[in-house]
Design a protein around this ligand. Structure first.
Ligand code: AHR
Length: 515
């Protein structure tokens, strides 16, 4: 009874939202866009790990957001809150990066094992407050097992010796009778865990030690040498502009790495005044989307340098921190921010870019999972909400493991002040069952788009849409269903798929394979 009431309320609010949208859409004439998908030009597949996430021990990202402790009245499984774990399970978390971020280079893994009552509390140097170490290796791996996620550890190269990193990995992955494997058993875990990825430092040019690339490269080689086992070795990479770092690491450390990383944050302002998460104007909307799209030339530039040293593309590029970063509201926990339709558009544009660069981009990790930066989930005590970004991950789920197809877009640009952007951005891919997936983003906050494609269809095509009347539409704890995906249908016109996109919308459709 309760849930059907909730459903009808939600449907009513969707109808209201659609009505408001159609008034808007009527106000502006649609722009005409042509999308041509080349169905026989498949690139390397979209690795599921491209939909990875990042969890750092900071603010309420772990404590409160994910972990409440076994003694909490909030329903939990061995300390991990059931509502959040269930939501993450539904969307699927192929890989999780932990424990930092900057935190990683100040973290001693030994603080987080053994009797929880005896673990030391340490100052969280980068993000403030005390780190209780209540969540350590065993707890994190329990979460990873509950979510079915691969694990990407960020090892400390900035302030601990190579032996510490090597021992952490051995503690987790060794079988047999080594002293570290026995210690793990004494701490309650018999079987070794699988650690697929081992990060060697984080932002070594900054919070990871303020190193010169040449020095970092020597250290990377040293630390990588002592890691045992099969974990992929990930070199800490660059933060948006430093080509020299890419050159040095690729030239001197290429043989000692399996992947290299890129961090790319989207700020409407600058690092001093980053901008507001809500209540922004059309200029901030356009500036944010332009900055988000800047990830594409950056990936292309880094890939070009990587190509010089790694012609066979053995070394992957992991964008292991990306997302929006706004000013933290007064009184909020560290790096907390709301998440609106604008963030959803940023996520969708970013995925479209990652799909276009699958020859190098094999993993990405949104920053971050819960209550930090462009979060998937926000919590407030017992309450929880799914953000618009969560819904984009959900909409794009069929793309995991699919093969990207070339898609060209011909259409107008739109302008806001001095910022010029394409009206529509598109990603196409072929799923394992042969169906064609199409994701379309209308970046224009005012005008709808009519997209004519070359894809032959006989019947209407189904999909889902995420859109709203306001640029900063978002979910709140009191109204968690304000911005959720709605069903979408596209009709054929002259036997080809044609899609009507409302302003500021994301649409994902699936065109079944012809039988
Ligand atoms: O995600 C927040 C911080 O951003 C990370 O700790 C750091 O790596 C980056 O600068």
């Amino acid at each position: 009874m309760k849930s059907s009431n909730a459903r009808s309320l939600r449907n009513a609010s969707l109808m209201l939202c659609a009505a408001v949208m159609s008034v808007d859409a009527l106000a502006a004439k649609p722009v005409d866009v042509r999308v041509t998908v080349t169905a026989d030009t498949a690139g390397p597949r979209i690795e599921p790990a491209v939909y990875g996430q990042f969890v750092e021990q900071l603010g309420t990202g772990v404590y409160g957001g994910l972990w409440v402790g076994p003694e909490s009245t909030i329903p939990n499984t061995r300390g991990w809150r059931n509502d959040v774990v269930e939501a993450l399970r539904r969307v699927g978390v192929p890989v999780m990066r932990w424990p930092g971020g900057c935190f990683a280079d100040d973290y001693d893994w030994r603080d987080g094992i053994g009797d929880p009552a005896k673990r030391p509390a340490r100052t969280n140097k980068w993000w403030g407050g005390l780190e209780s170490n209540r969540v350590g290796t065993h707890e994190f791996m329990d979460l990873a097992e509950m979510l079915g996620s691969e694990v990407y550890l960020a090892g400390n190269m900035g302030s601990m010796p190579p032996r510490a990193m090597a021992e952490w990995l051995e503690y987790m992955t060794a079988d047999g009778k080594s002293a570290l494997a026995e210690e793990r058993r004494r701490n309650g875990r018999d079987r070794p865990w699988a650690v697929k990825y081992m990060g060697i430092g984080n932002e070594s040019w900054g919070c990871g030690g303020n190193m010169r690339p040449e020095y970092q490269s020597d250290l990377h080689n040293q630390y990588a040498t002592f890691l045992r086992g099969s974990a992929l070795r990930v070199a800490s990479g660059e933060g948006e502009t430093n080509d020299h770092l890419v050159e040095v690491l690729m030239e001197r450390s290429g043989p000692h790495m399996d992947a290299f990383t890129l961090h790319y944050y989207t700020l409407p302002g600058d690092w001093k005044n980053k901008g507001e998460a809500l209540g922004f104007d059309a200029h901030a909307w356009a500036k944010t989307l332009k900055t988000a799209m800047g990830i594409e030339p950056r990936i292309a530039a880094v890939s070009r340098i990587m190509d010089k040293y790694d012609k066979d593309k053995r070394i992957a590029l992991y964008v292991d921190e990306w997302g929006t970063w706004y000013d933290t509201p007064a009184g909020a926990s560290a790096l907390w921010q709301q998440n609106s339709l604008r963030d959803a558009i940023v996520a969708a544009l970013s995925f479209n870019v990652f799909h276009r660069h699958t020859e190098r981009v094999k993993m990405t990790n949104i920053a971050q999972m819960v209550n930090v930066l462009q979060a998937m989930v926000l919590t407030d005590g017992t309450r929880m909400l799914l953000t618009p970004t969560y819904h984009v991950f959900d909409l794009y789920k069929p793309f995991r493991g699919a093969t990207p197809l070339e898609a060209t877009v011909e259409g107008p640009h739109w302008q806001q002040d001095d910022i010029v952007l394409p009206a529509v951005d598109v990603s196409a891919a072929r799923a394992a069952d042969g169906s064609i997936l199409l994701a379309l983003v209308n970046l224009d906050p005012e005008r709808p788009a009519r997209v004519a494609t070359n894809l032959k269809v006989k019947a209407p095509v189904r999909g889902r849409i995420l859109t709203a009347a306001a640029m900063d539409a978002h979910n709140t704890f009191a109204a968690t269903g304000t911005l959720v995906p709605a069903p979408y249908f596209a009709k054929p016109a002259k036997a080809a798929l044609t899609l009507e996109l409302p302003p500021k919308s994301i649409v994902v459709v699936e065109i079944p394979a012809a039988r």
